[in-house]
Ligand binder design. Sequence first.
Ligand code: HEM
Length: 517
Amino acid sequence: MWADQFNTSFWARTTVALGILYAALSHFYRRRSALNAVPTIHWSARYSPAWIRWQRLRDRGTLLVHQAHLRHGPVVRLAPRELSVCDVDTSLKPIYDGRLPKTDWYQLAASYGTARMFSMKDEASHRKRRRMVAKPYSKSYLTENREWQERQAGLACDMRATVEKACREAGGEVDFGVLFFAWALASVSTDVFGADAAEHHLDDLAEARTVKVKYDGQLSAALTAVAWSRCVPRWLLGWLGYSTNMTCIEEMRGRADAASAIQAPSKSAEPRSTPYEHMKSQMLRGPPGEPQSDAKQLSRNQQAATASEMQDHIVASVDTSTIALTTCAWLLSLESNRQWQDKLRHESQRFEDPFSAVNIDNSPILEAIIEETLRLYPPVAGRQPRVTDKTISVGPPGHQVTMPAGVTVHAQAWSLHRNPTIFPEPEVWDPQRWLECSPEQPKQMNAWLWAYGSGSRRCLGEHLALSSLEVALVAVYGGFETWVTQKTRFEVKVWNVLQPVTRDGSVLRLHVGKATA
Ligand code: HEM
């Protein structure tokens, strides 16, 4: 008994003493921190990252950081060595245009045991990879590519036929979440791997739903596998069913390889090849600026790098495009926004060739609807973290802070897009703000629209994404009307990447009818 009492009091005293020692040391250390003048999101943020980590585990990080910006201004401290910023000229520019390296957080996007461009930390490897894959995603490459436009037009016709069938047969009810998932998957897989290898389920929504469940399951297993891979061996994760490699994308790649088996990858890629063929040929050719290699086959490492990169492009595209389209359809279907459906239909009907991406360019109503949706509900709503590798200053006058190396710093589209000086009444979805403005305003609004990020890591697929969103919306709203029913319970959860949710198991069930005028 004596021994027990001695042990208990000994451990209790030791714990309290260590606690006091830690608090004293950290207080002394933090007192000297250059970040001390910055307002904190929570009183504990000066001493520990625990509070913000806990909120992120509960998926409340993005909204709480936004509230902190509303309270404290454009620079807020989230943890001893972490800041959030919300200003374009004095913050985004030095951080994102200044090419600060990405943080470890991006390692969540690694597969096949190798990094992808998205997760690469150092600027040199990233630049080399980006040069290798960027060309087929450039605006000029897409607008001059007649074959790609015809494939998009074919997919749009299939989607329209499915909606038409639903009008006749399914009591006019369509799950637009599934429809737009099928669209995004078909559109990007046709682009990345070619028509022969693509996943095309636009004509069968029941099958598309099954594919969606499989795709979502594999994606969440892949993310879990990467998250655990630091402490659990890969073979064990694989055995438990958690693989970083998504088999549904491997199957597409397999079909693309089979289709091109007759012509082995050539060092001179076809001028209009798919991104997959383009990357294989660039890999064979060797890094730009270095002597060309003699290799005829990709090495194992090169194959893994190509597979990993392509998986990332599919994932980066499918989720973001589905979220953008679903949210847009929901907003257009609300009674208060019906006038925008009518305006969009009238604009869409004047095209001779409604699905040509070239034609769709220069349609102000369509562009305003998309921009306003990406503003109010940016699919990538949360932080895009970088780490300082030298001393830099951020923040407008009165909020300026000079950070040493080793500080994590980020902005989030959710907050940038809600600046009332740039976007008056920021919580209102109003496409008109993009149409009726002074000559200076669009420039300013575009500078603050951060849906695709900025700087050297800005979204690679921006032009592909935009054209895919435009063609899909014209395909639906050029010929049909949609409206929400009493049963529609749609909500957008603000996580790091937005998450559209419903309570009835569908993603977004809307009523659809053939447009009369
Ligand atoms: C509406 C659709 C899309 C949105 C909102 C979006 C958004 C973004 C954002 C915000 C980033 C920067 C992330 C960061 O630095 O943390 C990014 C990067 C990226 N996106 Fe997209 N994206 C979309 C569609 C696509 C498509 C269609 C592709 C197809 C290839 C794609 C491929 C990529 C890649 C590869 C990166 C990494 C770029 C780099 O690190 O250099 N995205 N995207």
